[in-house]
Design a protein around this ligand. Structure first.
Ligand SMILES: Nc1ncnc2c1ncn2[C@@H]1O[C@H](COP(=O)(O)OP(=O)(O)OP(=O)(O)O)[C@@H](O)[C@H]1O
Ligand SMILES: O=P(O)(O)OC[C@H]1O[C@H](OP(=O)(O)OP(=O)(O)O)[C@H](O)[C@@H]1O
Length: 205
């Protein structure tokens, strides 16, 4: 029996579709239920940002989560497979026409992704003031809360509509299949079996 942490939210639909293709049945959690039991799998419905936590603590054996979130959290889990879906970039955005000047004495950056942001500036020996926000990140430079943002860009619409533009790309992200390290040894055959099934679906579509 494998326990699988599946994300709610943005990447849920395409993840559930992969599992529906593999199992040939509609994959639906009943109403407000967060556990779905099938003969060989127990599926847990968790928030995107909690997937790696469930897997790291072995409350789930495997899970599906965005690479950006994995990099932000830095939890020690096995990255088994890039599902090639949920593509987006983590990028620095500034008001249109402004230039990124890392020599400026005080740089204020607003972001949800504090660790990725701190790492980016530390690697360039820049002491940036990182301000943690939980959403509507694009607002921050418009009202003087920050000089720039680090945020996810998918279509670019949100930045554009708020008069911002990408000045630097930090990383690309796609959805990944991850595994707990102990589970990978204890349940290797089962994990490799589902890995191969998922790999077949994602490489054929
Ligand atoms: N336009 C986008 N905005 C945000 N995330 C995107 C976008 N496109 C792809 N993604 C991927 O989807 C994931 C975000 O999913 P979602 O927005 O459901 O969750 P979240 O906001 O990170 O977390 P929470 O569950 O706490 O709301 C990101 O980690 C990223 O990998
Ligand atoms: O490039 P785009 O296609 O416009 O997508 C990027 C936007 O989507 C996400 O926000 P989300 O919708 O999750 O809102 P929130 O950050 O306010 O929670 C992200 O934080 C960007 O704001």
């Amino acid at each position: 029996m494998l326990t699988v942490a599946l994300p709610k939210g943005r990447i849920a639909k395409e993840t559930l579709e992969i599992f529906e293709t593999i199992f040939g049945e509609t994959f639906a959690f009943d109403d407000r239920k967060l556990i779905l039991d099938t003969p060989n799998f127990r599926f847990l419905l968790v928030r995107n940002q909690d997937v790696a936590t469930y897997v790291y603590h072995q409350a789930a054996d495997i899970g599906v989560v965005g690479l950006d979130t994995l990099e932000e959290q830095g939890l020690d889990v096995i990255r088994l497979l890039d599902l090639g879906r949920g593509y987006c970039r983590v990028a620095i955005g500034m008001k249109q026409g402004e230039k990124l000047d890392l020599t400026k004495p005080e740089i204020k950056v607003a972001t949800k992704m504090v660790n990725i942001t701190k790492r980016y500036f530390a690697e360039r020996a820049v002491a940036a003031d990182v301000i943690k926000l939980y959403g509507s990140i694009e607002l921050a430079p418009l009202v003087g809360l920050a000089d720039m943002i680090v945020d996810i860009v998918e279509t670019g619409t949100t930045m554009k509509q708020n008069g911002l533009e990408v000045v630097e790309e930090i990383m690309e992200s796609t959805t990944h299949l991850i595994a707990n390290k102990n589970s990978y040894f204890e349940k290797k055959a089962e994990i490799l079996d589902i890995y191969e099934k998922i790999n077949k679906v994602v490489s054929e579509s």
